[in-house]
Design a protein around this ligand. Structure first.
Ligand SMILES: Nc1ncnc2c1ncn2[C@@H]1O[C@H](COP(=O)(O)OP(=O)(O)OP(=O)(O)O)[C@@H](O)[C@H]1O
Ligand SMILES: [Mg+2]
Length: 308
């Protein structure tokens, strides 16, 4: 598909939220080359992403193929081509407005709710097309869990919050519900804090506890992929640390795609990191390599907070 006649966003790039400490961890790469691709992208050129070889050995839970998205006349995603590895944590990073949330929301077709949105290209979840005509979007969404920036427990008990996905599927067996509730709350590292107050409102929990409750709800139906959009941005450092520990515990059992503005967080919790810019995928590789030996100077500049 052609993208050349689409209006390009030219908003300036913002520096990453916590660039300083990440810079300390970051050895300046001798191999990174500068090819002016961010300028080319801003000028409307398409430049294929730098994809590290490490991704070739991975199995895909999600395949994204030549994926484009427009909000009305404005194109927000350009020929995104990548796989999200199964059983791993993948971080999406990039300046504000580069399309991270847009890409994440496409996976569970939340952008369907916006009238002006048009897409082209493919996404597949474990081989099944996400955008083919005739896909049952409700069934599709049951196969994934999504957690947002702001914790959003429902105004119901802790217990009912967790088992909500089973309830809407018609599950009534109390033993099943109790078993899933405990397993999910343990999985979300919240069980010990709430096991004696399961009938209290989910809204009575602290912000960090509420976010872990939302993660418990997201894993209650054994999702094939877990989508996290800046899940710690409304939390204090202690609660953030708990969520990061949790993400590491969930690794392996779940495939996780997480958007973060926090470079330290990306380097701590993820196996792979994808750097996006103005709707383009720029560089994608395994996190330690990307942080210590990026192929592109542009990636290094972003990781070290040197552009913005
Ligand atoms: N509902 C919408 N209608 C029109 N344009 C939108 C809509 N949502 C996002 N956009 C535009 O699409 C582009 C990508 O936005 P998106 O929210 O995906 O970025 P992001 O990388 O998640 O940014 P942030 O880090 O600030 O959350 C931006 O230019 C944004 O203005
Ligand atoms: Mg966003």
């Amino acid at each position: 598909m052609t993208t050349s006649n689409q209006e390009l966003s030219t908003q300036p790039a913002a520096a990453p939220a916590s660039s300083g400490p990440a810079a300390g961890r970051h050895a300046s790469s001798v191999n990174a080359r500068r090819d002016g691709r961010l300028e080319k992208i801003a000028a409307g050129e398409f430049v294929p992403a730098e994809i590290h070889d490490s991704l070739r050995s991975e199995q895909a839970v999600l395949e994204i193929e030549k994926f484009n998205l427009w909000y009305g006349a404005k194109q927000a995603l350009f020929d995104i081509q990548m796989i999200i590895p199964r059983g791993k944590v993948t971080a999406l990073i990039g300046p504000s407005g580069c399309g991270k949330s847009t890409l994440l929301r496409c996976v569970n077709r939340m952008n369907d709710l916006i009238d002006s949105v048009r897409v082209a290209g493919q996404m597949r979840l474990n081989g099944d097309s996400i955008f083919a005509s005739g896909v049952d979007v409700i069934e599709l969404r049951k196969r994934m869990g999504m957690v947002f920036q702001k914790p959003n427990p429902f105004p119901m008990s802790i217990f009912e919050n967790v088992v909500y996905p089973l309830r809407i599927d018609g599950e009534r067996n109390r033993n099943v519900l109790e078993e899933v509730c405990e397993r999910s709350l343990r999985g979300a590292a919240l069980w010990n804090e709430v096991k004696d107050r399961l009938q209290e409102s989910g809204l009575s929990l602290s912000g960090g506890q509420q976010q872990r409750l939302c993660i418990a709800r997201a894993i209650a139906s054994d999702p094939e992929v877990l989508l996290l959009d800046e899940p710690c941005s409304a939390l204090d450092p202690l609660a953030t640390g708990k969520i990061e520990d949790l993400i590491q515990e969930l690794r392996g059992e779940y495939s996780i795609l997480i958007v973060t503005h926090n470079m330290q967080q990306a380097s701590r919790v993820s196996d792979y990191t994808a750097f996006m810019y103005l709707g383009h995928l720029v560089e994608y590789g395994d996190t330690p390599e990307l942080f210590t030996n990026p192929r592109l100077k542009e990636t290094e500049d972003y990781l070290t907070g040197r552009f913005g």
